[in-house]
Write a protein that binds this ligand. Structure first.
Ligand code: AGP
Length: 373
């Protein structure tokens, strides 16, 4: 097992460090001459299954659901098709309105999650075309899908999803760009800008990891200081919102610290009552069109004496006056920011859990794939 961990103390930290490579594999060969290529979808295209799509449903659970939430922003932005992301266990009981004009995207790294399988089976019975996004070749979801987009992230042994999250989000971005391209919604120069920014992401994640491994980085010492708190809050807006949800899920899964993610603007409608000096808050404040709004939400929280940790874009000096601790990530396009902002949050959750003596690779009560409904 020590050999399998490749010199790392745990699979989780090994897999976090494998993310640049996993992402590179997900991206490789899928763009050429400023165009997005997804040959896996050709059969569906030829069968006319993608021509009349009026809406898209993304069906998933847990971390894959958060990836699906990010996909909603990307697909709506690029393809202008309405997208609903729904957690699979709810989907199957909500008598969903689906038919041949509703493209269903199943996101499941394991390909075996029972709730997702049942929901997708039901959608198929109503004639919905299905695209599966999964890491596992020949998994059950692949038999229910018209096309499969593989993550190619390599094996993920840690029960918590890390590299498969990053790869799922990347594959969903490419699907969004593909749909936008095939509907002529993206100008060639815009497409070039998106592809160039996407190609930089693996190196940018590597930069975050290298920094985290260097002396003087704040994530591990900060995690040690936070290891005894009882509760934490995570807030973000736009694509920062699912990023906040994922940051909170990672923390609770492996450290057993109660953590909640909220849309930043929603805090004042009730949950802000939970905040006190003992409840640290993590704000996702990377560069975006809602940056000022997030900062003003952080200020509201600061007035309650909560300890503020912020994920911000390198070069943002303004944020220093609003935060007690800052985790910086490189600049990218706003839509791609979750891929970078998630990485310090994974590292933070990992180091908190290690400091608390938790079993980070196999947290209590959790299984890698949930094969019961
Ligand atoms: C992720 O850290 C969790 N272990 C869990 O939420 C997981 O994402 C969920 O069970 C869905 O799994 P899947 O992607 O294999 O369908």
């Amino acid at each position: 097992e020590a050999a399998e961990k490749g010199g790392y103390p745990h699979f989780v930290i090994k897999e976090i460090n494998e993310q640049p490579e996993a992402l590179r594999r997900a991206l490789t060969g899928r763009s050429r001459d400023g165009q997005l290529h997804l040959p896996e979808l050709e059969r569906m295209e030829h069968a006319g299954l993608l021509n009349n799509i009026q809406r898209i449903l993304v069906v998933a659970c847990g971390t894959s659901y958060h990836a699906g939430m990010i996909a909603k922003y990307a697909i709506e932005k690029w393809a202008r098709i309405p997208v609903e992301t729904i957690t699979a266990a709810e989907f199957r009981y909500c008598d969903p309105i689906v038919g041949p004009e509703t493209l269903c995207i199943a996101v499941t790294q394991s390909g075996e999650t029972a709730d997702t399988l049942v929901g997708i089976r039901q959608a198929r019975e109503h004639g919905a075309p299905v695209i599966a996004v999964t890491n596992i070749v020949s998994s059950a979801i692949t038999r229910l899908a018209d096309a499969v987009l593989y993550l190619q992230a390599g094996p993920e042994i840690g029960v918590v999803a890390t590299k498969t999250f990053v790869s799922s989000v990347a594959v969903l971005y490419m699907l969004g760009l593909y749909l936008g391209q095939s509907r002529d919604r993206i100008q060639p120069e815009q497409m070039r800008e998106f592809l160039t920014a996407m190609d930089q992401l693996p190196d940018q994640i590597q930069h975050i990891l290298d920094h985290a491994n260097s002396k003087g980085d704040i994530i591990e010492p900060l995690a040690k200081r936070m290891a005894s708190v009882n509760s934490m809050m995570f807030i973000g807006r736009g694509v920062g919102y699912p990023t906040a949800l994922e940051g909170a899920l990672k923390l609770k899964e492996i450290s057993y610290i109660h953590a909640e993610g909220f849309p930043a603007g929603e805090l004042k409608h009730g949950s802000i009552a939970l905040l006190d000096p003992e409840t640290p808050l993590v704000g996702i404040a990377t560069t975006s069109h809602v940056y000022e709004k997030v900062v003003s939400n952080i200020q509201e929280v600061r007035a309650r004496d909560a300890h503020i940790i912020v994920v911000a874009t390198e070069g943002d000096e303004n944020i220093r006056q609003h935060a007690d601790d800052i985790m910086y990530v490189p600049a990218t396009l706003e839509i791609f920011s979750p891929l970078l902002a998630s990485v310090p949050l994974q590292l933070f959750a990992y180091h908190v859990a290690v400091a608390r003596g938790c079993n980070v690779d196999q947290p209590r009560n959790l299984a890698k794939s949930v094969t019961v409904e």
